[in-house]
Design a protein around this ligand. Structure first.
Ligand code: HEC
Length: 120
């Protein structure tokens, strides 16, 4: 094989590698952007919860009753979604079914889990 052929082949395989890698890089950037957008959305939705659960999720006495501390909730994702959806009216937790869409409830539940629950 001539030297020139080798160089051409080398350049070609390099280009091929770049083409294979680029979509992957682009995709991971999109998902990071998605996660950031989701976080912003969660933060905005959580504003509705702040009057009772406080900015940091610690809860305490509120006009609704003694709001749960969301930082050390023992509930899993499905249970959190269920409480937000149906509320616990007798205990002062309002139902958000008429106010938020299913997607919004999912988003704010994930916000609680990633922003509050994960921290000690
Ligand atoms: C009017 C005050 C009030 C508002 C507004 C409110 N909550 Fe609550 N929430 C409460 C009270 C009070 C409880 C405790 C109920 C109980 O003692 O079982 C509670 C409990 C919860 C629980 C159960 C936690 C656990 O570990 O049992 C979750 C989850 C929750 N709230 C999420 C939210 C989210 C998300 C929002 C906003 C979309 C919100 N709450 C808005 C008053 C409120």
């Amino acid at each position: 094989m001539g030297m020139r052929v080798r160089i051409v082949l080398g350049i070609f395989s390099l280009l091929l590698a770049v083409c294979v890698m680029l979509p992957g890089v682009a995709m991971s950037q999109t998902s990071t952007a998605d996660a950031a957008a989701e976080l912003r959305k969660g933060k905005r939705l959580y504003k509705r919860c702040v009057p009772c659960h406080k900015q940091d999720g610690s809860g305490g006495p509120s006009y609704g009753g003694y709001a749960a501390n969301l930082r050390d909730t023992q509930l899993n994702h499905e249970e959190i979604v269920a409480v937000i959806t149906d509320g616990r009216r007798k205990k002062g937790m309002p139902t958000f079914k008429p106010i938020l869409s299913k997607g919004e409830i999912e988003t704010v539940a994930k916000f609680i889990q990633t922003q509050f629950k994960a921290e000690p």
